[in-house]
Write a new protein. Sequence first.
Length: 237
Amino acid sequence: MSTSASVNFVKNWILEQIQTNELKPGDTIPNEFEIKKMLNINYDEIDKAIHELVTEQILSQKLGGITVVKPTQSYYYPLDELVSITNMIEKNGEVAGTEFISLDEEVATKKDIEVLNLEEDAMISVIERLRTADGKPVVYCLDKIATDMFACSDYRSNSSILSAIESKVEFKITHAYTSIESMSYEPYINEILNSDPDEAMMLLTQIHYNEHEQPVLYSLNYFKSSLVKFRITRNRI
């Protein structure tokens, strides 16, 4: 990062435009010629200031060299708490909805058997859904669970899948092992989420367990990065 007073001046000027709502999320910032005309600072230092604000994720650069104020994500999903997507949406004051794409019962694959600790040729329920907020697509969900524990016919409501499962079994889902990764363009999922080809997604893969350390639910949730920000508290040890 630069220690130049002129670079910091440009950065602070852009930040002030954002703080006073002169520039709103998604707005294109003035080009370098316009900034130079207003602030009388050379192009190199303006370019450095913009570069630093992009690095700090205040600004975002689009294809074609356009620089915009980075849009803010509407939702926070805590990674250190086992909460439902329904809860995430409702905390934002919106109505959580579910659009079922498919509900099928099929023979478990080798991966399913490994993850869910199933017998060979076990049957699983595969539930494919789109989670919406006030009708807008937010998360694509693919969930797998042993059919003898939870049949597809058991889940037809708009409730969270964790609550639906717990209403049918005699145990609680207490924790999940989770991984998260950035995903590039996936035609099928991008189309379901109504995402542009250049819009990133975050894949949250979770294996949910009960209090006896028995794997119960295998979930793959694709979040639109433009809408959801993940949050976690990390303690130093």
